[in-house]
Design a protein around this ligand. Structure first.
Ligand SMILES: Nc1ncnc2c1ncn2[C@@H]1O[C@H](COP(=O)(O)OP(=O)(O)OP(=O)(O)O)[C@@H](O)[C@H]1O
Length: 247
């Protein structure tokens, strides 16, 4: 079974159609990147999968569960999103404990104290941060909280929207290593939007290249590293990519 299957996905904002017939499959345990030009619709695809796009047609299926438009709690248990800016995505007046307990309460999961402890430990957040507010944390700690919140319901699939681009360079490597370890330890599947091809090489197995709202090529990261992408735009995009990040 695929972890995620996207078929013929057209997403619109008002009268404006942003994506055209998007389709790709992500295997269970795979880390898959969406790359491509700015404005090509990468984040919009993640938002549609996460239930944050109002108007779309086509199909979005995670672990055999077809998403229904709007709130779909069954889908949310399987699939959670981590946003680019951990400061903007965390509620300024909620402590780490409140942020992490909330999804458990919404989904009626008991024993939140133990689960909050467990997830904080898994993302490397010290217990003394539990009752701090976002402004009392560093950028890297805030992104760990955002990742912990995404993991609290034990989803199998994480949607990662530029998860390190808002962070200081020295912190980016820490978060990338954390994501790599979490995937290995918890058997997670990732769908990640990024502009950073070395990050793709470091964390992903395959990639789809998007342009003008369409997927122009799906390739393996090995093909990317060997310079074997076929589509002219993909080749142009990857010309400047080189090595792995030093993590
Ligand atoms: N809320 C919105 N309302 C209307 N149009 C939007 C909205 N969000 C995005 N768009 C438009 O949809 C298109 C795709 O945007 P999207 O953010 O998905 O692109 P992207 O590939 O992720 O770009 P980037 O790499 O710069 O983040 C753009 O033309 C953008 O202007």
């Amino acid at each position: 079974m695929s972890a995620l299957k996207i078929e013929n996905l057209d997403i619109s904002y008002g009268d404006s159609k942003v994506t055209h017939g998007i389709g790709f499959d992500v295997a269970e345990g795979e880390s898959f990147a969406l790359v491509g030009e700015s404005g090509s619709g990468k984040t919009t695809v993640l938002k549609a999968i996460a239930g944050m796009a109002r108007s779309w047609t086509g199909s979005i299926t995670a672990f055999g569960h077809a998403r229904t438009p709007g709130i779909d709690r069954g889908f949310a248990r399987q699939c959670q999103m981590v946003f680019q800016d951990p400061y903007g995505s965390l509620h300024p007046r909620k402590t780490v404990d409140a942020t992490l307990s909330e999804p458990l309460a919404i989904h009626g999961v008991g024993d939140s104290g133990a689960r909050v402890d467990e997830v904080m430990q898994s993302v490397g957040l010290d217990r003394r941060f539990r009752f701090r507010f976002p402004h009392q944390l560093s950028g890297g700690q805030r992104q760990r909280v955002a990742i912990a919140r995404a993991l609290i319901l034990k989803p199998k699939l994480l949607l990662l929207d530029e998860p390190t681009s808002a962070l200081d360079v020295s912190v980016q490597a820490e978060i990338l290593n954390l994501l790599k370890r979490l995937r290995r330890e918890q058997g997670l599947t990732y769908l990640m939007v990024t502009h950073n091809l070395p990050v793709v090489s470091f964390l992903c197995d395959r990639l789809a290249v998007m342009r003008h709202g369409r997927v122009v090529e799906v390739a393996s990261v090995d093909q990317l590293k060997r310079g074997e992408l076929q589509d002219p735009y993909s080749r142009e995009l990857t010309r400047f990519s080189a090595s792995h990040p030093k993590t």
